[in-house]
Structures are given as structure tokens and as C-alpha cells.
Design a binder for this molecule. Sequence first.
Ligand SMILES: [Zn+2]
Length: 320
Amino acid sequence: MLYRSRDELFALYDDLVSSHRLIATKSIIGTTVEGRSIPMYKFGNLQGGKILLDSTIHGEEDMGGEIFLLYARWILESTDPDAIAIRNGNCTMIIPCLNVDRYDIGTGEGYGRRNAHDVDLSRNFTYRWEASTDKYKGPSPASEPETQALINIFKNEKPIFYLNSHNGDRAYFAVYSDNSSRRTYAQQVYSKIVAEAQKRGIVTYGLSLNTAYNNPGLAVCDADLEGINSFLIEWDCWTTTPSDPLTDCNWVGHPAKPPFSSIQNYYFPRWLPIGIVWSRECAIPREWYPGYYIRWLLDRISGRDFLENFPIMAKQEHKT
Ligand SMILES: [Zn+2]
């Protein structure tokens, strides 16, 4: 059961691009088993500090794509000082649906979890793939075109933060890393997320620490391999806060799912402290903004690619 069709969702992202040409782009990062395009959108300062957010690696787990649509609109249009800072200092990259073929097709366990080859993309990534005992991990590491498309983004874009998002029964937010300094950094950043949430009066997600080693074949583990701060979230249908209207809806395999209004009223605010703090962590310095827009203009006028060698990218240090 989906909030809307795949085409409707993509059309809303496309609308954001066509109404904000200077600060939004769309690219196709790959083609699915059944030949469909996998779109990725970039919002804000396209040369800013990079954050990669994805959704729907499991077909029908569409909450991320909806939450990030609101987030993208907030980045582009809000007068909130944090939104302005993010659109000036960060490039937010969103893949609203990785498992495009199965977004609105019910198969397997009552919903389209796996791709059109019946492979669970969330077990098909390369790191320790051999160690996985999952029946649906695929014939070989990164055998699937959707998996390859995401790995290429990890390698070519090198985002500072990456979030792989799922729908779950229970709230779950975790860093996956075998690198002790990245694990420590994740905890330091998390304390800032808690402070930001408190400032905004929001109950945010708890942070779990996971190794990549014990979780073979996950997208976050391949991202960790590339030195990216890699996290996984399960948007919960559940909360321990008694005052909250949502109860455990155990949505997997069941028709129940949080009401659509809760995307705006509950999940988007709950995500916001994470997005804001991650963006602050990797935003480019303010004095670099004007240079970027001047060069963007020169690109447009001359047809040359000034941005390719723009010093921002060389200067930007990778947090570990
Ligand atoms: Zn999932």
C-alpha cells in the first residue's frame, strides 16, 4: 500500500527541479532490470558539502521518498535560517526510489521487497557478500544494476554523509562502520543532533552503533568502504511516547501504515535535526558561495565547464 504512484512521486520531484533551475538538478544514475531509469536529484549549492539520502531499496518502503520530498522543498523554499544555510552551503542528493521496478508491484512477502530478478538489493552489496546466508542475496556481489548504480554514486560523488532508509515496525537509526574514528565521529555528531532536536522540541531517534563486518551485503557497508559516514534508518510506525497518536502498526506484511498526514506532522520534523546537523558538519564556508554562482553563470554563458575544476571540491576535506 503506497501513498502515491511512482510516477506521481517522481513528477513532484521533477516539479521542484523545473521551478528552481539554479539550485536543483536531476540526473539518471542507472537503469533497472526492466529498463527503467533511476533518477537522482540534487538540491541547494550543487558544489556544497554533500549528503546522500535514498529510499525504497525495498519496493513499497516509500516513506523516505515522501519525507525527503518535504525536506527538498524546505531546503529550496523555506525562510528558516537552517534551510537557507543548507541551500547555500550543501548539496543534498536524493534518490527517492532505488528499486524502481518494484515500487508499486506487490510480490514475494506480500509486497515488492526484492527487485525484478527476485534479488534483495539490500543484501546484494559487495562488502563481505560471501558471508551472507540470505537466500535472496543474488548470484554474485553487486550482480544487480540497481546495486551498481548506487555503488557508482558512492565512488564518484563521495558524499560526506549517507542515509539508507527503510520503513520499519520500530524506530531504528544506526551508523555502520568498521572504522573506529568514524564510529566516534558518529557519536559526537549524534550528541549535536540530540541538542538540535531539544532546541526544536522534537523527540529524535536513538543512535545504534553497528559494524559493517557483521552485516554483509548492505549498501551502508559499501559506503563505509568508501570512507563515507554511513547510516541506516527505519522510519518507525511505533513510539514509546504516550502522547503520540501513532501506535505500533507492524506495517510489514500488513496493510496498516502511518497516515499520510504523519509524514508532514511527525516524520519530517523527526528527521529535520539529523539533516540540519549533518549539513552543518559538511557545509562549505560562507565566503565560497558567491564564487560558485559566478562560475555557474560563466558555465551557462560560455558552454564551458568551469565548475569541473572549481577549487571548492579540492578544498573540501572528508570527515572521518
Ligand atoms: Zn527495508
